[in-house]
Design a protein around this ligand. Sequence first.
Ligand SMILES: Nc1ncnc2c1ncn2[C@@H]1O[C@H](COP(=O)(O)OP(=O)(O)O)[C@@H](O)[C@H]1O
Ligand SMILES: [Mg+2]
Length: 256
Amino acid sequence: MTVTLRTAAVELDSAAVRFRSKKIDVTAIREVSLSVEPGEFVSIVGPSGCGKSTLLKLVSGLLKPSSGTVRLLGEPVTGPRHDIGYVFQRAALLEWRSVRRNILLQAEMRGMPAAEAARRADELIAMTGLAGFEDALPHELSGGMQQRVALCRALLHRPRVLLMDEPFGALDALTREQMNVELRRIWRETDTTVLLVTHSIAEAVYLANRVVVMTARPGAVRELIPVDLPEEREYSETLARPEFSTTTAHIRRLLG
Ligand SMILES: Nc1ncnc2c1ncn2[C@@H]1O[C@H](COP(=O)(O)OP(=O)(O)O)[C@@H](O)[C@H]1O
Ligand SMILES: [Mg+2]
């Protein structure tokens, strides 16, 4: 009899991070164990300074755990990885480059074949509703559009894992809702695994299969909450569901 076990997309086993220098000694995360399935969408919420960004940096290989292990697609993470995409709160676009050339920056950094990169850029521009703005400069775009460009750039090389660190934190409430709907649709159209850090409980629940609630620093997983909502999530209808209110209320209680 053969037993096939699916390799987790992301796996942390008792991962801890302690920052130590002459001046500081901070344990950012104490013990995080978490296994994320391929294609899963996991949101991470927790008090400010509890180590959420540190957790994403561990997964990306930008940081090494002080103890414990981090695996990506079954392999130990030993340094910066190329099969991930990263989106931050600030779109961090190059002001003198057009939308298209900002997206293609990813291809230049990775030495992707130009034709393939151009095709993929067109696909993403269409998918994120940026068609018609290919030649615009960042200052000619709204905050939401700039984040769409950052998302396209992060997805250009078809990363297996997409890390998002408060990507919509700087947007107004309405634009943020639209971005939530778009991100959910884009995630369903690709087979990317997503780890999203957010301060918005509604955003966390609307988007995810599971929500990780962290404790205050030093961070650990306080609770892992499955989101019991249908795959098809029309925005207003989803937020009006009793399961949605129960789950968000539960998370709010955990966060005190
Ligand atoms: N490079 C670093 N050097 C020293 N301390 C750091 C560093 N990065 C983060 N920290 C500390 O680790 C803790 C967790 O930070 P962070 O992961 O950014 O929290 P969060 O994203 O949840 O707000 C904070 O106390 C922060 O000051
Ligand atoms: Mg942070």
